[in-house]
Design a protein around this ligand. Structure first.
Ligand code: NDP
Length: 455
């Protein structure tokens, strides 16, 4: 059923960088089931014409793959309403009453989400309305629980879309096809054959003016608690009965529930954090993080985090899953690497084989399998070979795919309420340990390959 699309926080970065470009590409494909004009709400003293001009410029920059005419007709359908949505009366005024169901997107700073939901609870919404909450969903376990408690009386779970845009990435979805549509890997996909798994999201970008958000968030909350933990779920989950809202998400929650909650000693042993100092990354000079405008150095916000998690279940007992992410590093390296165990007995005496490695590169999308084969000269001297293939390019952006799900009411790729809480359950002891310096905050110069992990 067509929905009215209303974005709260429409003058912000997310809307111009991801949401409107996604809407433009859906519009170009005639895949936009929206009733009436798309409404953007913000605090700027703008009229609709000013908002349209702003979005045309943002889409020209971030949706260059969409035709100019599609971008401009989509932007011509925008309406702007000025309001402070933390004020329930202003919120009521911008949402209007009655009409088609609402698809309400909270593109707001995480700090105001709770206030807005409290205001929303006093406003009757049309039946079949749905709500989209951006990441991070809460700041810790208690606040995630509070947000869930506010949402529950207003929306059934299938109408709540907690966005993790990694799940909209085609390469991420490819993990499921690779594992559950082939016989070759799944029987080896256990602790008996896999030694360790590394999930890495290294970035060359630094803070880039986002101190207001990032300095109170840090790498653990910004990337690991949601995106990398979701990748862990897809790598480690059991085969679902089907890719539907219940089965797929049940199997992910099984993984999260099995992830070990660390003691203080385990936080010291299995985690590391660091913060960049001045340097050069990707050819650009990067200032010292602590000196960036808006940063409070006393917050000790980490820009690099590494966490080795353990899944205490039959399939994975004892296998380390190393999750790592950082800003201002030497390269953009986004990958999942599965290291298989060595063969149990080696008959080849002349050369040491490399272990088999399956590498899923997420950006650019590529899969590689490293194998040992006989050498071409001496057949008993081993050589290493890499089988590689480029994965299908994404036809729709992650946000376009997830927005389409919102409009169609399909919550399979949305994070379920209990799933969000389980992710915080894993991260919370690490945050607590770091607050008492269980793992000291180290420094690394911007542009480094490998931040120090121990002092
Ligand atoms: P911004 O700070 O750029 O934008 C936030 C928007 O909310 C602004 O339009 C701001 O208006 C508005 N706003 C704040 N308070 C109110 C209020 N009381 N009433 C009405 N509007 C208000 O943040 P982002 O767009 O970057 O992020 C939004 C959400 O998306 C966050 O949860 C973030 O984590 C998430 N996200 C962002 C990504 C990105 O790349 N930007 C990527 C993935 C997720 P004003 O300018 O007047 O303050």
């Amino acid at each position: 059923m067509a929905a009215r699309f209303v974005i709260l926080g429409a003058t912000g970065d997310l809307t111009g960088r991801y949401l409107m470009p996604a809407v433009a590409s859906l519009h170009e494909r005639n895949q936009l089931p929206i009733a009436g004009r798309i409404v953007g709400v913000g605090r700027e003293d703008w009229d609709s014409e000013r908002f349209r001009r702003h979005m045309i410029a943002r889409c020209a920059r971030h949706a260059a793959h969409v035709s100019t005419s599609a971008r401009e007709t989509m932007c011509g359908n925008l309406e702007y309403r000025r309001a402070d949505v933390t004020d329930p009366d202003q919120l009521r005024r911008v949402l209007g009453d009655g009409g088609a169901p609402l698809a309400l997107y909270l593109a707001l700073p995480p700090a105001v989400a709770g206030t807005v939901l409290r205001g929303l609870s006093g406003i009757p919404l049309p039946e079949n309305s749905r709500i989209v909450c951006e990441k991070p969903f809460g700041h810790d376990l208690a606040s995630a629980r509070e947000l869930n408690a506010l949402l529950r009386p207003m929306f059934p779970e299938h109408a709540v879309f907690r966005i993790d845009h990694f799940l909209g990435k085609q390469t991420v979805q490819n993990i499921l096809g690779l594992r559950f549509a082939n016989r070759v890997f799944e029987y080896l996909w256990t602790r008996d054959h896999i030694e360790r798994v590394e999930i890495t999201w290294d970035e060359t970008v630094a803070l880039e003016g986002r101190a207001g958000y990032y300095d109170t968030t840090g790498a653990l909350r910004d990337m690991i608690q949601n995106h990398l933990v979701q990748l862990l779920c897809l790598v480690a989950m059991e085969a679902p009965l089907g890719f539907n809202e219940r089965d797929f998400r049940d199997r992910k929650v099984d993984v999260l529930r099995a992830v070990r909650r660390f003691s203080a000693d385990e936080v010291a042993e299995h985690t590391a954090r660091a913060r960049y100092t001045a340097g050069r990354s990707a050819g650009r000079a990067v200032p010292n993080y602590a000196d960036e405008p808006g940063v409070d150095p006393a917050r000790q916000t980490e820009t690099f985090a590494r966490v080795t998690l353990f899944i205490d279940n039959w399939r994975w007992a004892g296998v380390p899953f190393v999750l790592r992410t950082g800003k201002a590093l030497a390269t953009d390296l986004n990958e999942i690497v599965v290291h298989f165990r060595p063969v149990p007995h080696l008959a080849f005496e002349k050369s040491a084989p490399a272990v088999n490695v399956l590498r899923l590169r997420l950006n650019p999308d590529r899969m590689e399998l490293a194998l040992n084969i006989n050498g071409c000269g001496d057949p008993f001297d081993l050589e290493h070979a890499v089988l590689g293939t480029k994965l299908q390019p994404q036809d729709l952006s992650a946000y376009a795919r997830l927005l389409l799900d919102v409009f169609e009411g399909n919550a399979v790729l949305s994070i379920r309420g209990d799933e969000a809480e389980e992710s915080w359950r894993i991260v919370e002891p690490i945050l607590a340990g770091w607050s008492t310096n269980a793992a000291p905050l180290l420094d690394y110069p911007a542009g480094t390959e490998a931040p120090p992990e121990r002092s």
